[in-house]
Design a protein. Structure first.
Length: 110
């Protein structure tokens, strides 16, 4: 069994990329690269978690335009983490707001 060593995040990401291209099982890849299966699994899990966190929709505060002194017509403004502001004339359902935010995340708008 290979001895485990400390790896930087970039080394871990490179290990995962090489594994995904290899077409090998975790055990085969680990033996060929001289790493432990546990270390490979750690980096697979870590990179997957980072990808989920990066693409996850973040909840934002939705305030009335009146409270935000925008137009005073009873609508709402949704401000995304990127600073993009989306104005609605009425109050959309939470599921619709979530789908709008998710669309911006998918398209790279956030």
């Amino acid at each position: 069994m290979a001895k485990s060593k400390q790896r930087s995040a970039s080394e871990g990401a490179a290990l995962v990329a090489a594994f995904k291209k290899s077409g090998q099982t975790r055990r085969q890849f680990a033996e060929a690269k001289g790493v432990t299966v546990c270390s490979l699994q750690y980096w697979l899990s870590k990179t997957k978690q980072q990808a989920v966190e990066k693409s996850a929709v973040r909840f934002v505060e939705v305030v009335s335009k009146e409270a935000n002194n925008q137009t005073g017509n009873g609508g709402v403004v949704m401000e995304l983490a990127s600073g993009i502001r989306i104005c609605f004339d009425g109050l959309p359902s939470p599921s619709y707001l979530s789908s709008v935010a998710a669309a911006f995340v998918r398209t790279g708008g956030c």
